[in-house]
Design a protein around this ligand. Structure first.
Ligand code: FES
Length: 100
């Protein structure tokens, strides 16, 4: 695991998410009660979760409304046992970092 700088400290407003390309991975980072990172590509039809609507710890895929827990990566609809990769995120003095 390696910490990579992806943006500035205030890059993502509270209650929102943003997608970053980090080492060839699409990573969604959400600023929702702290920062949470997970693979941003929905397992249904590759929608980006980064712009999905947030309800506490749950993000809704904007395409067909499947739901994932942003802390665990767990898919909450239709298919049991699906978990997106999650990533640690930290705000350091010079920016926003993700551990990939
Ligand atoms: S692409 Fe996410 S629910 Fe269809």
């Amino acid at each position: 695991m390696v910490w990579k700088k992806v943006g500035e400290k205030n890059e993502i407003p509270e209650g929102k998410g943003k997608e970053f390309m980090v080492d060839g991975k699409h990573v969604a980072i959400f600023n929702q009660g702290g920062y949470h990172g997970l693979d941003s590509i929905c397992v249904h039809q590759d929608g980006s979760l980064a712009t999905g609507k947030l309800d506490v710890d749950i993000v809704e895929c904007p395409l067909h409304f499947w739901h994932y827990n942003i802390k665990t990566g767990e898919l909450l609809d239709y298919i049991k046992g699906v978990k997106l990769q999650t990533y640690k995120v930290e705000v350091k003095s010079d920016g926003l970092y993700v551990d990939v």
